[in-house]
Write a protein that binds this ligand. Structure first.
Ligand code: ZN
Length: 90
């Protein structure tokens, strides 16, 4: 681990840190980098929002019907499917 300047050059770096960002495990400077990238990069912003939606669903697990639009639910399902595939490949 290094405490020097954060270095999120491309999308894979940002996506890798997305979970830590959500969990507030990044330094202020790192979080700023992520935020800046998300503002400029639509695919990453998309992933960020799906992750956020997933967390909201988990938080409101007893009330899922009221949470997501059908469109959002499709995106969440796609993410879950991708996650399962990745997990099984390991
Ligand atoms: Zn990106």
């Amino acid at each position: 681990m290094t405490t020097s300047e954060p270095d999120f050059e491309d999308c894979s770096d940002v996506l890798e840190h997305l979970y830590a960002f959500h969990d507030h495990e990044l330094t202020e400077a790192e979080a700023d980098h992520i935020r800046e990238h998300l503002m400029a990069c639509e695919p990453c912003l998309d992933s960020f929002q799906v992750e956020e939606a997933l967390r909201a669903l988990v938080r409101k697990c007893c009330n899922t019907e009221a949470v997501a639009s059908a469109k959002l639910r499709l995106r969440v399902q796609a993410t879950i499917t991708r996650t399962v595939v990745v997990t099984e490949a390991e």
